[in-house]
Design a protein around this ligand. Structure first.
Ligand SMILES: *[C@@H]1O[C@H](CO)[C@@H](O)[C@H](O)[C@H]1NC(C)=O
Length: 185
């Protein structure tokens, strides 16, 4: 209750109509840390902006209850991955493993449809506490926007013309005090 009060007070956009229709806080919320020792991506937190997933964005430019925190907060519901917020507008991930998508991970906002060939379900936390899609670890590619790494589903070694991509373990860090954010589209 207290968190909701703070979130509502902090968000200029929040109105009574923006109260969540379903209470996502019943699902466990978590952040993610990239693990690949010897790579610069090691220990970079997952971040979300511009409908895409990154590791180590210096500034997400999201509208957050705690704006200083530069990491994304997630939850999984029925095998689908969401960004956490107290608002009723969901931001839900998809994965495009088609020849076009090459493992592209993106998110949609509200009623926005996922691209053709995209999959919503298949996300899980494995017994090693790693976030996976379709039972596979994820891939990180350097030199994305603002010097961050872009995050992809496994399958193509260097997807979409990237180079020097590395496989990562996406270590889940559960939080009982999630930072609600609306991430940029
Ligand atoms: C965030 O905003 C700054 C300042 O406008 C900009 O330089 C940066 O590229 C933005 N980052 C993202 C991920 O949108």
């Amino acid at each position: 209750m207290q968190l909701k009060t703070i979130v509502l007070a902090a968000s200029a956009a929040a109105t009574a109509a923006a109260l969540p229709a379903t209470d996502s806080s019943s699902s466990e919320t978590f952040g993610v840390i990239s693990i690949h020792s010897g790579s610069a991506v090691q220990y970079q937190p997952f971040t979300a902006a511009k409908s895409s997933l990154f590791a180590g964005l210096p500034s997400q430019n999201a509208s957050c209850a705690r704006p200083a925190e530069q990491s994304a907060t997630f939850y999984i519901q029925d095998g689908a991955l969401y960004l956490y917020d107290e608002s009723a507008t969901p931001q839900e991930f998809y994965v495009d493993r088609s020849g076009m998508g090459q493992g592209k991970i993106g998110y949609t906002t509200g009623a926005q449809p996922a691209p053709q060939n995209a999959e919503r379900q298949g996300w899980a936390i494995d017994s090693n506490n790693h976030l996976q899609f379709a039972g596979n670890d994820l891939t990180a590619c350097p030199n994305s926007i603002d010097g961050a790494w872009s995050i992809w589903a496994a399958g193509v070694t260097n997807p979409a013309g990237n180079s020097d991509c590395v496989g990562i373990a996406a270590r889940v860090e559960k939080t009982s005090d999630p930072n609600g954010c609306k991430y940029t589209e």
